[in-house]
Design a binder for this molecule. Structure first.
Ligand SMILES: [Zn+2]
Length: 74
């Protein structure tokens, strides 16, 4: 049993094995070999984002995590 549970299992990064499209805009192209953000929304629902779109999403997630963390501070 791991000591600390990972609650961000639905968010990860992947290196694109082939050219991909960003889910937010089909004008955003993720080239083969580029890092992309992978978000698993459900069993058959995985979305991929380019780095330009990933940054504000991760910044927002950090703010939300910080807000949650603050509630547990003594
Ligand atoms: Zn994008």
């Amino acid at each position: 049993m791991p000591a600390v549970k990972n609650v961000l299992k639905h968010v990860s990064t992947e290196t694109a094995g082939r050219k991909r499209k960003c889910w937010r805009s089909n004008k955003h192209v993720i080239m083969k070999g580029e890092l992309c953000l992978v978000v698993i929304e459900g069993p058959m629902d995985t979305t991929t984002y380019c780095s330009e779109c990933a940054r504000p999403m991760l910044e927002r997630a950090q703010l939300e995590l910080a807000a949650i963390t603050t509630q547990f501070e003594e």
